[in-house]
Ligand binder design. Structure first.
Ligand code: ZN
Length: 138
C-alpha cells in the first residue's frame, strides 16, 4: 500500500501535464514500513530516453543518485517511481514490468490531450504487477 502526501501527488500530476505529449518521470521519497510505503516528496527527473520519450521513460543513474542524496538529507529513502502514459491508460506496460523492482511503488498517470485523467499505483509481486491502494494525506 502507498500513502502519499497531497503536495507530492499534485506535483506529479502537474508535471505529467507539463511534459505531455512525452512521458514524465521521477522518484518518490519517503519511508518504507514493511508493506506500507509513505511518500512525502516527488523528485522530478528528466526523461533520459534518447528517442522514444512519448512511450518510454528512463532515469539517468546520476539523477537517481541526486534523488538518493536529497532523500538522505531528510532521513528518507527512495520508495518508488512515477511516470506518465500520454494518451494511454494508467496500466503498466510489459516494458515497465521488465524494469520494475519488488518493494517499490509505481505510480502511473494517464494523460489525455494534456490533462491528467487518472492515476494508479502498482507493485511488483514476483513477475506480476498488482494494483495497490493509494491513500492521500496532508
Ligand atoms: Zn509506462
Amino acid at each position: 500500500m502507498l500513502k502519499i502526501r497531497k503536495k507530492a501527488l499534485d506535483k506529479i500530476l502537474t508535471q505529467a501535464e507539463k511534459d505531455y505529449p512525452y512521458e514524465t518521470c521521477g522518484l518518490l521519497l519517503g519511508k518504507i514500513q514493511e508493506d506500507l510505503r509513505i511518500a512525502f516528496g516527488a523528485f522530478e527527473t528528466p526523461n533520459a530516453n534518447p528517442d522514444r520519450k512519448n512511450d518510454r521513460y528512463e532515469i539517468d543513474p546520476k539523477d537517481y543518485m541526486r534523488a538518493e542524496d536529497r532523500a538522505r538529507e531528510f532521513g528518507l529513502e527512495i520508495v518508488g517511481v512515477y511516470h506518465s502514459h500520454p494518451d494511454h491508460p494508467d496500466r503498466p506496460s510489459e516494458f515497465d514490468r521488465q524494469r520494475a523492482f519488488e518493494g517499490f511503488s509505481y505510480i502511473i498517470v494517464s494523460v489525455k490531450g494534456g490533462k491528467w485523467v487518472s492515476y494508479r499505483s502498482w507493485e511488483l509481486k514476483g513477475e506480476v504487477f498488482e494494483e495497490e491502494p493509494v491513500e492521500v494525506f496532508g
